[in-house]
Design a protein around this ligand. Sequence first.
Ligand code: THU
Length: 128
Amino acid sequence: MDDNRKLYEIAVMAKENAYAPYSGFKVGAAALTDDGIVYTGCNVENSSYGATICAERTAIAKAVSEGRRNIVKLAIASDSKEYTYPCGICRQVISELMPEGEIIVGNEDDIIIYKVSELLPHAFTLDK
Ligand code: THU
């Protein structure tokens, strides 16, 4: 199994911790740093729906809050047969914190690897 598939499989495992009683849509994520540390995340829903946090942002916030901003890859998994891509809010957060990184989406058979810049070209910045 190659390293990208391994990271995806860690995201599959992280999905099991998802708290998704409202949507029933469990998502897992795994963020890899350039020194080989993996931070996992899952979606954490709330009865005030807008308070929900996605799996990707959970994983990124865990890495950053542990002092690591050197995220190079982020894998995303769900129970869907389709590939699960990051939502728009997550793409913005991903673009800020791992702009040169790669996103891995997958299913049981395949994974696909994208550059972050492919998933959110022309991301918003405060540059003047
Ligand atoms: N969700 C994620 O965790 N990541 C995404 O990129 C899209 C959506 C979650 C949020 C919510 O708990 C559920 O999936 C359905 O929208």
